[in-house]
Design a protein around this ligand. Structure first.
Ligand code: TXA
Ligand code: MG
Length: 375
């Protein structure tokens, strides 16, 4: 299939591009578009055949339901049998924005969208281009993240192109996504709303509105808990290289682990703050082993703030699939604010290979501690 690539310029020509994109969606095709979180793969959310094309393009398992995107608060009404007070309070506080609400679904929502569940996920994105596209379509737009299933979600149009060229009708380029992580998913059908996926609307922000919020225990990655968001059970975001996440005190061992892995002849990728990257560049142990010619040390700093980390994380993870180090060491961060969402994505990317220090002893949550960490 030929895939159009249309750049949005924030000028008069955009209207024409939007009309062409909307016409494709109305004709049952799939179009990738920007949102403030990540890029989405949009299709007419009330048309099962169109929705099936999304699953085919992504290679997504059928039991993983999609989010319906709307561009006006009142457009949620036909999609649900009713909204409770919690759902209404969250819509009022955070829509449009990076919050997806799971609500009881109405008859008009196809099973292909909800994967046979009695509920449906709905989001009103804040991104202006997303809103214009949805309005031009005149229907709810079903849209998962625009990546091949399992890969990190794309946060720029080039990354969408890499995964979706030849598989969808068009890609709209609206620049970089501001937030960089997928929306917070909250199940509002429980008496106490439950965070199924952390995101840009933080636990603290939800608490302020609701007074009480649960977090799906499956997010800790412990065996025995089945996540309530089907998508959260799949291997996700993982680069092809083995990745270890250093949490808490273990993050203090980063320089030593880097030096010892280099010593073993490994090409080492490091995901860390700019300040940590500076310190590694100045560390004598690391310097002695790093070889500029063979590029055995790939320092990829994400900046200083948690917001910068969120915005850059998926791009940097995808970049490791281009540079292919032998091992990736990632520095953990605190779980306040968007840190909870960042750590959730980093843990999944690492396949829950989480290194920590408990009672003075080095521990690995999932698997065997690699030899270079034991020197
Ligand atoms: O930021 C976002 O949410 C992006 C942009 C494009 O809007 N979309 C996105 O969609 O991340 P997707 O399909 O990649 O992730 C949707 C998540 C999955 O984990 C899915 O299992 C969950 O939401 N989900 C969807 N419907 C659900 C439902 N009825 N009950 C529980 N979880 C649901
Ligand atoms: Mg996704």
């Amino acid at each position: 299939m030929q895939t159009y690539f249309w750049k949005l310029q924030n000028n008069e020509q955009d209207a024409e591009v939007m009309q062409k994109a909307a016409a494709l969606i109305q004709a049952g095709e799939v179009v990738a578009f920007p949102t403030e979180t990540v890029y989405g793969l949009g299709a007419n959310g009330l048309n099962s055949e169109a929705v099936a094309k999304i699953f085919a393009a992504k290679g997504r398992p059928n039991d993983n339901p999609l989010i319906l995107h709307i561009a006006d608060v009142k457009d949620v009404e036909p999609l649900t049998t009713g909204l409770n007070e919690n759902a209404k309070a969250l819509m009022e506080a955070f829509w449009p924005g990076p919050l997806t609400l799971v609500v009881d679904k109405s008859e008009i929502v196809p099973d292909a969208v909800s994967a046979g569940l009695a509920t449906v996920a709905v989001r009103f994105p804040a991104n202006q281009y997303a809103q214009e596209l949805i309005k031009a379509c005149g229907c709810p737009v079903a849209a998962p993240s625009a990546n091949i299933s399992g890969r990190p979600s794309p946060t720029n149009a080039q990354d969408v192109w890499e995964d979706m060229q030849g598989k969808v009708a068009a890609v709209l380029d609206g620049g970089n996504c501001g937030i960089g992580l997928e929306s917070t998913v909250v199940d509002t059908t429980e008496p106490v709303p439950v965070i199924l996926r952390p995101g840009g609307i933080t636990y603290e922000m939800l608490m302020e509105v609701l007074g009480e919020v649960d977090i799906d225990p499956a997010l800790q990655g412990d065996a025995g808990y089945k996540p309530k968001a089907p998508g959260m059970k799949y291997r996700h975001y993982a680069p092809q290289s083995a990745m270890y996440l250093l949490e808490g005190e273990a993050a203090g061992k980063l320089a030593q682990f880097v030096a010892d892995a280099l010593e073993e002849g490994k090409r080492v990728g490091v995901l860390c703050s700019s300040a940590t990257a500076e310190a590694l560049r100045a560390n004598e142990n690391v310097l002695a082993k790093a070889d500029a010619a063979s590029k055995n040390l790939l320092l990829t700093p994400w900046g200083e703030s948690l917001e910068e980390l969120a915005a850059n994380l998926f791009y940097l993870l995808r970049d490791f699939d281009r540079t292919m180090p032998d091992v990736i060491l990632a520095e953990g961060v605190g779980e306040n604010g968007i840190g909870l969402a960042v750590m959730n994505r980093m843990r999944k990317a690492a396949g829950y290979q989480i290194v920590s220090i408990i009672d003075g002893e080095l521990r690995l949550k999932n698997g065997e501690i690699p030899a270079f960490m034991l020197k």
